[in-house]
Design a protein around this ligand. Structure first.
Ligand SMILES: NC(=O)c1ccc[n+]([C@@H]2O[C@H](COP(=O)([O-])OP(=O)(O)OC[C@H]3O[C@@H](n4cnc5c(N)ncnc54)[C@H](O)[C@@H]3O)[C@@H](O)[C@H]2O)c1
Length: 360
C-alpha cells in the first residue's frame, strides 16, 4: 500500500489557512509544515499554534523549501494566482481555495501552466464535502433520479458575512464568492453538460447603503447544452444577527426518474443562549439565537473541527498520501464556475441574457 509522507506549505495564514493547518497537523501522513503570509506575524502565529517547523513572510521561501512537497494557497481571493503558479513551477501539488481566481485570464494561466507541467492542482469547493451533497452526487451517479432535467438552489447569508468578504476584496461579491459554491455543485451534478446561457436579475439595498455597489438579491436561470435548466438565487443581506452562522440553503434536484430535496437551512437545530455563541468565522460576532451546524466551513466540538473543510482537507491529504482519487474540483471545473458567476453578474447588470462562453 502506497503511503507518501507529506511536507505541507501553507500560503496565507488567515482563517482558512489556520483551519487547514490545524487539520493537516493532525493527519498521519503530514511530517512537516511551513507557513507563509504577507503579514509575517500571521505566519508566525499559525506556526506556533500547530507546531509548524518553518514560517516566513516570503511565499517563495516556503513554496520552494526542500521539505515542502505540497502547497495550500489560502490567501485572499484576489491573491491566489502568483502562489499557485509558483507551486506549479516548483512541481508541487496544490490545493487553492475557491474561487480559483477573480479573473478568467488568471484562471487560464493556471490551467495552461498546470497542463504544461502535468501538475496536480485542486480547488477547494468545500460544499462538495458537506455530506448531504456528496451523498446527493452518489444518488445521481447511481442513476436513482434518472436523467437530471433541472435544479434549484437558494443561498442566504447575513450582511455581516457579505461585508467581511467585500472588505477583504471588493470583487469577492455574494455571487462570485458565495453563490459560486452552488454553481460548482450544479456543474458537478450535471456532469459533462456545458452551460450555454445565463439570465439574471438583481436588486440593491443594504450592501449598497454600506458603501458597496453590489446587489443584495440576485435570481438567475442557467441553461445547459443538454437542456437542463437551473434556478440559482442568492441573498447575502439578511439581518446582521440572523441565526445562521454561514450558508442557509435549499437545494432541489429534479430528474426524469426521481427528485432530491435538500433542506440545508438548519432551522431544525435551534439553540437560544443567554451567554451567546461566537461566530465560527467572524471575530467579535456573537449571537443569542443560533441554527447549530450552520457554519460554512464546519464546527468545533470536543477539541476537533468537524464538517466540510475537515472532510475536504482529509480527502486531499489522503489523495496525496495514498494516490486514491478525490472529488475536489479541477482547475477547468473551477474556471467554468468562475465564468458562470461572471455571466450571472453581467446579466444582472445589463438585464439581458448572456451567452457562454464569455468573450475574452
Ligand atoms: N471553503 C470554505 O468554507 C471557505 C470559507 C471562507 C473562505 N474561504 C476562502 O479561503 C480564502 C481565504 O479566506 P480567509 O477567510 O482565510 O481570509 P483571511 O483574510 O482570514 O486570510 C487571508 C490571509 O492571506 C494573507 N494574504 C493576503 N494576500 C497574500 C499574499 N499575496 N501572500 C501571502 N499571504 C497573503 C492575509 O494577510 C491573510 O492572513 C479565500 O479564497 C476564501 O474565499 C473558503
Amino acid at each position: 500500500m502506497q503511503r507518501n509522507p507529506i511536507g505541507l506549505g501553507i500560503i496565507g495564514s488567515g482563517r482558512i489557512g489556520n483551519l487547514r493547518g490545524r487539520l493537516a497537523s493532525e493527519h498521519p501522513a503530514v511530517k512537516f509544515i511551513a507557513t507563509a503570509d504577507l503579514k509575517p506575524e500571521n505566519a508566525k502565529a499559525l506556526a506556533g499554534k500547530i507546531g509548524a517547523q518553518v514560517h516566513s513572510g516570503n511565499n517563495l521561501d516556503i513554496i520552494n523549501h526542500p521539505d515542502v512537497t505540497a502547497v495550500v494557497v489560502s490567501t485572499a481571493e484576489g491573491q491566489h494566482t502568483e502562489a499557485v503558479l509558483a507551486a506549479i513551477a516548483a512541481g508541487k501539488p496544490v490545493l487553492v481555495e475557491k474561487p480559483i481566481a477573480l479573473e478568467l485570464i488568471e484562471a487560464d494561466s493556471i490551467i495552461a501552466e498546470a497542463e504544461r507541467k502535468g501538475a496536480n492542482v485542486r480547488v477547494g469547493y468545500s460544499r462538495r464535502f458537506k455530506e448531504r451533497y456528496l451523498i446527493a452526487k452518489e444518488q445521481i451517479l447511481q442513476g436513482r433520479i434518472g436523467r437530471m432535467t433541472g435544479a434549484g438552489a437558494r443561498l442566504y447569508n447575513s450582511s455581516s458575512q457579505a461585508l467581511a468578504m467585500l472588505k477583504r476584496d471588493p470583487h469577492a461579491t455574494p455571487v462570485v464568492d458565495g453563490l459560486t459554491y452552488y454553481v460548482d455543485l450544479m456543474n458537478w451534478f450535471v456532469g459533462g453538460a456545458k452551460l450555454t446561457e445565463v439570465y439574471a436579475r438583481g436588486q440593491k439595498g443594504v450592501l449598497k447603503a454600506a458603501g458597496h455597489d453590489v446587489d443584495d438579491v440576485v435570481h438567475s436561470v442557467l441553461t445547459y447544452d443538454d437542456g437542463t435548466v437551473v434556478n440559482l438565487s442568492v441573498c447575502y443581506a439578511l439581518p446582521e444577527k440572523y441565526p445562521a452562522l454561514g450558508h442557509a440553503a435549499r437545494v432541489e434536484i429534479l430528474g426524469d426518474g426521481g427528485v432530491m430535496i435538500l433542506d440545508d437551512d438548519h432551522t431544525d437545530q435551534i439553540m437560544y443562549s443567554n451567554k451567546g455563541v461566537p461566530h465560527v468565522y467572524l471575530p467579535d460576532h456573537n449571537v443569542n439565537m443560533v441554527f447549530l451546524q450552520s457554519g460554512t466551513p464546519g464546527d468545533w466540538a470536543l477539541g476537533d473541527f468537524w464538517g466540510p473543510i475537515a472532510n475536504e482537507t482529509r480527502a486531499w491529504l489522503d489523495h496525496l498520501a495514498t494516490g486514491k482519487p478525490c472529488a475536489l474540483a479541477t482547475p477547468r471545473e473551477a474556471r467554468a464556475t468562475l465564468e458562470a458567476t461572471h455571466a450571472i453578474q453581467h446579466s444582472a447588470a445589463s438585464g439581458k441574457p448572456v451567452r457562454l462562453p464569455l468573450a475574452g
